[in-house]
Ligand binder design. Structure first.
Ligand SMILES: CC(C)(COP(=O)(O)OP(=O)(O)OC[C@H]1O[C@@H](n2cnc3c(N)ncnc32)[C@H](O)[C@@H]1OP(=O)(O)O)[C@@H](O)C(=O)NCCC(=O)NCCS
Length: 402
């Protein structure tokens, strides 16, 4: 069976294409919701797969700027990918991935990024696991810090309108130095972060800002879900997002979140694996941090992507890259002085493009990938050299599923 895949021409098609993933999320693509969603996902970035003119699948891509070590890179944030259950396993996803990656390549976005619903889906299209994300569930009685702590800032509640002014200042400062963090437009703040659909079962979103000398240094978005059992509060405080400029501000924001009365436990998802809480808390084991795959990255243009980031060590390495889905990347690439160029030199590391996606943000080392059977070391010492070059000061962090 062949399917045609093309960008959506209007909001009605957009809604039908998004309804593919909506099938699995119990999501009703009302025109109001689609209007809101399309504020961040331009119609031409939403591909629809059709059979005999009828939409049977959809795949979108947000235009992001992603932080990489030493800079930023235009990145396609792949989203709302779905095939109607009536058409599964007949090649709809493959056709959509083909059209989407060709489009991303034409747009000169060197990288594509996504959150995978299942780890088995995207490797065949060149995506590799690029970061780890931790979720925590801390009983409040174990929320003491290891060291004495005296807050220096002031916390106060803000309404969405003021949050839209203050939070981006903190976000932008942190994202510029954190690989994997993404740019946010005003519409992104308004319709995704600060928007709160009424009647959420986890409680309403609360917005709190931390200020020192009148300047925002951190913020938190959280929900407090009340629950009483036998006269005792068993409520959950769910941290949606907590971002702060430095270690001290991070400690202040989390101290606040841990101390809210009635919360029996504090939960958070999508934390980076180098989160300061591991050292702030006296009993970090009590967070029961569960670590799983975070974002997946695909180098759509190997040369441009590798040249868009900076490197932590001097040296050169020659890769022999295999990329069956985007064959324009296949072949040898020499990376030296921060630039990747086509080369005839003897290859030192051979790998599928997925392994470059895994190493790109510094989340995984080549030596790990060698041991895991994803990279072949053809010249001894090449993996260690590449590890030193690709190292990142911070673990990659993408605080939000998009
Ligand atoms: C995942 C999903 C999009 C796959 O769509 P599809 O149209 O059935 O996929 P295709 O028929 O094009 O399959 C392409 C390839 O992926 C494989 N594949 C598809 N879904 C897979 C899955 N869930 N796990 C493992 N492999 C999968 C197919 O076997 C096929 O392999 P091949 O290239 O070796 O032949 C579809 O099942 C779906 O909508 N699932 C629910 C929503 C979802 O998970 N979306 C992804 C969000 S990140």
């Amino acid at each position: 069976m062949t399917f045609t895949v093309a960008p959506c021409a209007n909001l009605e098609e957009f809604g039908q294409a998004v309804f593919a993933i909506g099938q699995y999320f119990a999501l009703d693509p009302t025109s109001e919701r689609m209007e809101r969603f399309s504020q961040n996902l331009p119609l031409e970035r939403m591909h629809a797969a059709r059979e005999d003119g009828v939409i049977v699948g959809g795949a979108g891509a947000f235009p992001f700027e992603m932080t990489v070590p030493g800079g930023t890179v235009p990145t396609a944030g792949v989203t709302v990918v779905g095939t109607f259950p009536t058409h599964r396993r007949r090649g709809v996803l493959r056709a959509m991935m083909r059209a989407q990656l060709d489009d991303v390549h034409d747009r000169e976005e060197p990288v594509a990024l996504l959150w995978a619903s299942e780890e088995t889906i995207y490797g065949r299209f060149g995506y590799g696991m690029a970061s780890l994300a931790g979720s925590i569930e801390l009983p409040r009685e174990y929320a003491a810090f290891a060291r004495p702590f005296a807050p220096e800032g002031r916390l106060r509640f803000v309404e969405a309108e003021e949050a839209a002014q203050l939070f981006p200042r903190v976000w932008n400062a942190v994202r510029r130095r954190t690989p994997g963090m993404l740019s946010r437009t005003r519409a992104w703040w308004e319709f995704r972060i600060l928007f709160d659909p009424p009647g959420h079962e986890g409680g309403a979103k609360r917005f709190v800002v931390l200020e020192r000398d009148g300047r925002p240094e951190g913020y938190a978005v959280y929900r407090h879900k009340p629950n009483w059992e036998n006269g005792v509060s068993n409520s959950e405080l769910e941290v949606v997002e907590a971002i702060a400029l430095d270690g001290r501000a991070t400690a202040e924001v989390w101290r606040y979140l841990f101390d809210v009365d009635w919360a029996a436990r504090i939960t958070a998802f999508l934390l980076p694996v180098d989160h300061p809480l591991l050292f702030l808390l006296a009993t970090p084991r009590r967070m029961r941090m569960r670590v799983g795959d975070g974002v997946w990255a695909r180098l759509v243009d190997v040369g441009a992507a590798l040249s868009a980031r900076s490197y932590a060590a001097d040296g050169a390495v020659v890769f022999d890259v295999i990329d069956d889905f985007c064959p324009w990347n296949t072949g040898r690439w020499r990376l030296a002085d921060g630039v990747a160029k086509r080369s005839q030199a003897s290859p030192q590391l051979r790998c599928d493009v997925t392994a470059l996606g895994s190493a790109y943000l510094g989340g995984f080392r080549f030596s790990e990938l060698v041991r895991g059977g994803r990279v072949e070391e053809l010249r001894r010492g090449a993996a260690a050299r590449a590890d030193a070059m690709f190292a990142s000061e911070r673990a990659p962090w993408c605080p939000e599923i998009f």
